[in-house]
Write a protein that binds this ligand. Structure first.
Ligand code: FAD
Ligand code: FES
Length: 279
């Protein structure tokens, strides 16, 4: 059992939880994730390790469904049943030169640990934080402490520049030499934003978020196409060379899963008794 030490809300539907998990905290590296199960009946979900202090890890997540909503109700002192990790290949931290870290929505949660590690390795680090609206922006102060420069953009213009993170990246790429870029956020945002660096041939990484079940390369549910080959995001990633990723097949698989979820939910709401309407 892993006790929750602190649980707070960061923005609309976005929460942060610190959990005492010494075996994860001692081995975690930037870019890695855990698979958690809240209780015996719970489902396993992957969440990025977005901070480590002593024996505790921080998870930041958006309440989008069953498990994340249940986690949002957890209070300090309550136990988490299982935490498996750290999983996945760590971010390739080395001296690149000038690095730009672009985060979209809750994807920003992954950035501070990567920013600090890149800076410690001697890089200049620029952060670009994108949110739909100002009230959904997270970790601004932490990113300002972890980066040399930070730019903010909101879809509706409620904070700083109106528009998308891709627009800020396009201007940065046009105005100064950039050596490496990370883009972390929803699949469509990663596809569009990493397209900005493609024609310039700037090394760009994305952290993929396909559906995962076991997180250990056994079930195949997280398969993605990268450079024409099938990869398992849980063991070969989650970070990949953005310009090699087949985003369309990733988004198609995510949509398939969402449609199945929606159908199951509609079925349940129409026939909560489980009769499936006689079919
Ligand atoms: C390696 C990895 C790291 C991740 N890190 C984070 C993180 O740090 N913070 C965070 O908020 N989320 C993260 N995610 C996504 C997170 O795992 C899902 O949001 C979570 O599994 C949803 O579980 P649920 O039971 O609450 O939702 P469910 O009830 O299973 O699904 C509800 C809805 O959530 C959406 N959903 C479910 N799984 C995913 C997914 N993998 N990607 C996108 N949408 C999904 C679908 O729209 C679905 O209809 C990560 C995913 C991966 C693969
Ligand atoms: S989650 Fe099962 S193979 Fe990756």
């Amino acid at each position: 059992m892993y006790p929750v030490e602190k649980a707070t809300q960061l923005a609309d539907r976005v929460y942060q939880v610190w959990i005492h998990a010494p075996h994860v905290a001692r081995h975690a590296a930037p870019g890695q994730f855990v698979v958690i199960r809240i209780d015996e009946q719970g489902e396993r979900i992957p969440l990025t390790i977005s901070g480590v202090v002593g024996d505790s890890i921080r998870l930041i997540y958006m309440a989008v469904g069953k498990t994340t909503s249940q986690l949002a109700r957890c209070r300090s002192g309550e136990p988490i049943r299982d935490i498996v990790g750290p999983l996945g290949r760590p971010t390739d931290i080395r001296r690149y030169g000038t690095c730009v870290l672009v985060g979209g929505g809750v994807g920003i949660a992954s950035l501070p640990v990567i920013a600090r590690a890149l800076r410690a390795a001697g890089n200049r680090v620029v952060g670009v934080l994108g949110a739909r609206t100002a009230s959904l922006l997270i970790l601004e102060e932490e990113m300002r402490d972890s980066c040399d420069e930070v730019f903010i953009t909101t879809d509706d213009g409620s904070r700083d520049r109106k528009g998308f993170a891709a627009d800020v990246l396009r201007d940065l790429v046009a105005s100064r030499p950039i050596d490496a870029v990370w883009v972390i956020g929803p699949a469509i945002m990663m596809k569009v934003t990493s397209g900005v660096t493609k024609e310039k041939g700037i090394l760009t990484f994305v952290s993929l978020n396909p559906v995962m079940v076991d997180g250990t390369g056994m079930c195949g549910s997280c398969r993605v196409r990268v450079g024409g080959q099938v990869k398992f995001a849980c063991v070969d990633g989650p970070e990949f060379d953005a310009h090699q990723v087949d985003f369309d097949s990733l988004m198609q698989r995510l949509r398939m899963y969402q449609d199945e979820e929606k159908q199951a939910m509609d079925q349940f709401q129409a026939h909560p008794c489980g009769c499936h309407g006689g079919t």
